[in-house]
Design a protein around this ligand. Structure first.
Ligand code: PFF
Length: 439
């Protein structure tokens, strides 16, 4: 079977950026910046990207293009199929919720998620849409949709950011707070947090980018692709922060303590994760002028961001099934849909009728989330980076990155890239993995 490839550099960039830009940018990054010293955290985040995450992304796509998809050994291969598949199952549950909020607006979050039929229907629609896009193939599905979704997402988020920052009631203070560097909040753990976020946000350390690397044409400049993807992800994260934090400021969800002068989150409000998106922000929108419209566009943006990430997760098991077992793309999509729907349904019901099943206070959703985020991903991240960094000979890596010497600039830069890829990036991943496993 001839392997499908991206049509060119732009297609590859938009699919990679689509995978990277997701819920992580919207619901975690803004809070991390606010909590960890504003501009100081942003600087550290950029440093971590330059030293660790861009080299890891680069080595993953280089490995994928050089050796083809899934060239790990037996069981390890399975791990790299299993992680995205499980992640997709619970990511789609949240994708379904965003669809619901986009169409019906604010609702009682607690009673919605604990009900049975509605969340399951939303999950089916979100996962079904993901499956349909992937079914259409790499070019006519993933690439075409990313070319529509990513510019739309960018425009909506920019418009929302302008609205949020110009809203008055202290929103501009929120903006200043966001970018003002406060190095007193920075410690060694800030670096680990920034690195962990950079990993999830760039979709690296899961082997996903290895699959996408195998779809990139031989003439594309991999360093440029990795750098542009990272910049796109950072820009989206910053724009999301400009949407979220000023709006939270304007409605008192963050405030300045009159005694200490310190800015802090309102202890009664959720300012991160699902609580931020589905409880706090809808409450804020409902008090804004034209809030219903803001809400529709915001949830449209979140849905697009989630969908552009879920298609990349879905592609991995589909590629594995078609390449390893030779089955058709349609059957592979159906199989992945059914598997993820079954696991996703268990996650969804764990907020309601299956809420009784718990371990150490975690329901099924939390258990899957916790296990993938804290155990499987760090482990896979480490294996992946070691494979990517050391699985290719130095000469092979050099020739892959410089397109057999044709890209002179990259070739000259190679000693620096080699140092980053083989030594500095693995050390960074080890730090994240250890802190994930211990934490
Ligand atoms: N990068 C996505 C986000 O920031 O939400 C999450 C993600 C998508 C992680 C796809 C991993 C992945 F393979």
């Amino acid at each position: 079977m001839k392997k499908e490839k991206f049509s060119g550099g732009l297609g590859a960039l938009l699919v990679l950026a689509g995978s990277a830009v997701g819920l992580g940018n919207i619901w975690r990054f803004p809070y991390m910046v606010a909590e960890n010293g504003g501009g100081a955290f942003i600087l550290i985040y950029i440093l971590c990207m330059l030293l660790v995450s861009v080299p890891v992304l680069l080595s993953e796509i280089a490995l994928g293009r050089h050796k083809g998809n899934m060239k790990f050994h037996g069981l390890v291969n399975l791990l790299f199929v299993l992680i995205p598949t499980i992640t997709l199952s619970y990511y789609s549950v949240i994708g379904g919720w965003t669809l619901r909020y986009m169409v019906f607006g604010n609702s009682d979050f607690g009673s919605f998620v604990s009900s049975t039929g509605h969340p399951l229907a939303c999950l089916a629609i979100f996962l079904g849409a993901t499956a349909l896009i992937v079914l259409l193939g790499v070019r006519s599905g993933l690439e075409k949709f990313s070319k529509i979704m990513m510019p739309a997402l960018f425009l909506i988020m920019c418009a929302l950011a302008v609205y949020s920052c110009c809203m008055g009631h202290g929103s501009s203070e929120g903006l200043r707070f966001l970018f003002r560097p406060d190095f007193s909040k920075v410690g060694p753990e800030t670096f680990v947090k920034a690195l962990g976020q950079a990993f999830f946000s760039l979709s690296i350390g899961m082997g996903i980018m290895v699959t996408f690397g195998s779809y990139i044409g031989k003439d594309e400049n991999l360093l440029a692709t990795a750098a542009k993807t990272s910049v796109a992800d950072l820009v989206f994260a910053l724009i999301s922060a400009c949407v979220v934090i000023p709006a939270l400021f304007a409605f008192g969800m963050f405030f300045q303590d009159p005694l200490t002068g310190e800015v802090m989150a309102n202890p009664e409000a959720d300012v991160v994760g699902a609580g931020l998106i589905f409880k706090t922000l809808p409450a804020v929108f409902s008090q804004m002028p034209m809030g219903w419209l803001v809400s529709v566009f915001f949830f449209l943006a979140v849905t697009l961001a989630a969908l552009s990430s879920s298609i990349s997760l879905f592609e991995v098991p589909v590629a594995w099934l078609t390449e390893k077992f030779g089955i058709s793309r349609s059957w592979a999509c159906l199989a992945v849909f059914l598997f993820c729907y079954a696991v996703g349904a268990l996650c969804s019901l764990s907020f309601g009728v299956l809420g009784g099943i718990s371990f150490k206070g975690m329901n099924i959703f939390d258990m899957l989330d916790w296990t993938t985020a804290n155990v499987l991903m760090p482990l896979a991240g480490l294996i992946c980076v070691l494979y990517a960094a050391w699985g290719m000979k130095k000469t092979e890596l050099r020739s892959e990155l410089s397109n057999s010497g044709k890209l002179r600039g990259v070739d000259r830069l190679f000693p620096v890239l080699d140092l980053l890829i083989r030594y500095i990036a693995p050390a960074g991943v080890l730090a994240v993995a250890l802190s994930g496993l211990i934490g």
